[in-house]
Design a protein around this ligand. Structure first.
Ligand SMILES: Cc1cc2nc3c(=O)[nH]c(=O)nc-3n(C[C@H](O)[C@H](O)[C@H](O)COP(=O)(O)OP(=O)(O)OC[C@H]3O[C@@H](n4cnc5c(N)ncnc54)[C@H](O)[C@@H]3O)c2cc1C
Length: 410
């Protein structure tokens, strides 16, 4: 079995490296390196999105007809590896990775023609309105109502945990258009403009102090019926289609591999000028080695998926497996990174990092010089933010239920 990339793939990798060398400005690389979240801060995302769009590389996974790159599955994987190696900032996935693919799969010709170019250019910024208080894991119990009034719906209800709603000009929502005995029926997938009268966004602050999530309230919001994606009452089919992209659209191993290397480098540095290096502690070295082999196993699983996809197969249940392993290993790395920096985890200094959103209750000190080495700055906030990885996009317990039923037949 030959696991190396072909000569053509290696030439592609060199092309990508050449592009990243120039397109990733010092500001963008610093933002990527000091990032505390899976997303970069809004202005950084805007700048990086514009650079990728100008190059024609903003939506590698989309079909060429809609603005995709026409890359093979392995080229897309190589692109992920190179982005991780170059510390490229993370982009918001709600438009490019979720709404776009859903519109390509289920949208009308008019919806595709109108929305897709705006997602590509960055003119539209989307957020996801699925979860409600009491309807997260049990999503089908959602209550936000949409009642017909002529050729419009009147929407009332609340969404919660809505990432980036404070920036988004559009939201895709699951709404209840009828009450049926089976709750999955009577749900509709609806596109709503955030500037429609009656939409209100309230911030939710994360444990890291960052404002990335929100609650969104809808009071008598009028939405054209033309904004339904798929059929009225058939939103559950569309919602499930989207979740496959949300859970499986990410290659985890490239980013995890780069982060593991960084932790190894941190552990090889003296922490307190006493000549002691954490890497010399066999217990820590063992934990690092264990994480390394689990990441390698995940990487092989991703390669296996690449092979399935390149033969025309679909991701299916594997999205649950990758989401679960990817987020668990990510959390493990945040713990190892904390151990590696030791006391440097204590200072609260968002002004010295690149938070994923504003930190409203933080005032930079008079002397804003960072405390501790550069590599230690984002570690604590990243640890806190990463706790959410096993909750969002469907909690890992729910993924295990899906695998138990779908793969093991339990
Ligand atoms: C940082 C962050 C960002 C998010 N962004 C968005 C967003 O942009 N848009 C959006 O719509 N939503 C978003 N979410 C919401 C996310 O999808 C939900 O939090 C998630 O689905 C869990 O739902 P819940 O919070 O209601 O928890 P609950 O469903 O109340 O679950 C609580 C606990 O019980 C467990 N549990 C529940 N049911 C079962 C079961 N049947 N079997 C075993 N265990 C179970 C869960 O695993 C969890 O541990 C975000 C969440 C977070 C934390």
């Amino acid at each position: 079995m030959d696991l190396s990339f072909s000569a053509a793939d290696q030439a592609f990798r060199d092309d990508v490296r050449r592009f990243l060398d120039t397109a990733l400005t010092e500001r963008l690389r610093t933002a990527g390196r000091l990032s505390t979240s899976v997303y970069a801060e809004r202005e950084v995302m805007r700048e990086w999105h514009a650079a990728l769009y100008a190059k024609g590389w903003i939506a590698p996974g989309w079909p060429v007809a809609y603005g995709g790159c026409g890359w093979s599955v392995s080229q897309r994987y190589i692109f992920s590896i190179e982005l991780a190696r170059a510390s490229a900032p993370g982009l918001s996935p709600m438009g490019l990775g979720m709404c776009g693919p859903v519109l390509i799969g289920h949208g009308s010709a008019e919806q595709k023609a109108f929305y897709l170019p705006r997602i590509l250019s960055g003119e539209d910024f989307w957020c996801q309105g699925y979860s409600e208080p009491g309807s997260g894991s049990d999503l089908a119990s959602l209550q936000m109502r949409a009642e017909v009034d002529g050729d419009h719906f009147i929407c009332n209800g609340q969404k919660i945990w809505t990432t980036h709603a404070q920036y988004a000009n559009r939201i895709f929502c699951l709404v209840r258009t009828s009450r049926e005995a089976i709750p999955q029926r009577g749900i509709t997938f609806l596109l709503i403009d955030m500037d429609t009268p009656g939409v209100r966004v309230d911030p939710l602050i994360m444990t890291s102090g960052e404002h990335v999530q929100n609650q969104v309230f809808f009071t008598d919001v009028r939405v054209p019926m033309a904004n339904v994606v798929g059929k009225v009452g058939d939103g559950w089919t569309v919602a499930k289609y989207l979740l496959e992209f949300e859970r499986g659209g990410t290659a985890y191993a490239p980013d995890l591999t780069v982060r593991l290397e960084k932790i190894r480098a941190m552990a090889q540095t003296e922490r307190a000028g006493d000549g002691l290096r954490l890497m010399d502690d066999p217990a820590f070295a063992t934990k690092l080695a264990e994480a390394g082999s689990e990441i390698a196993a995940l990487e092989f699983t991703e390669h296996r998926l690449m092979s399935t996809l390149s033969q025309g197969g679909s991701i299916g249940m594997m999205s649950s497996m990758l989401k679960t392993r990817g987020t668990e290993l990510s959390q493990r790395l945040t713990e190892l990174a904390l151990e590696a920096i030791g006391p440097w985890a204590s200072p609260f200094q968002p002004h010295a990092t690149m938070p994923g959103g504003p930190v409203p209750h933080h005032k930079a000190p008079n002397d804003p010089s960072p405390i501790g080495p550069d590599h230690a700055l984002p570690v604590m906030a990243k640890y806190l933010n990463d706790r959410a990885g096993s909750i969002y996009a469907g909690s890992n317990e729910i993924q295990r239920n899906i695998m138990a039923k779908g793969i093991l037949g339990l």
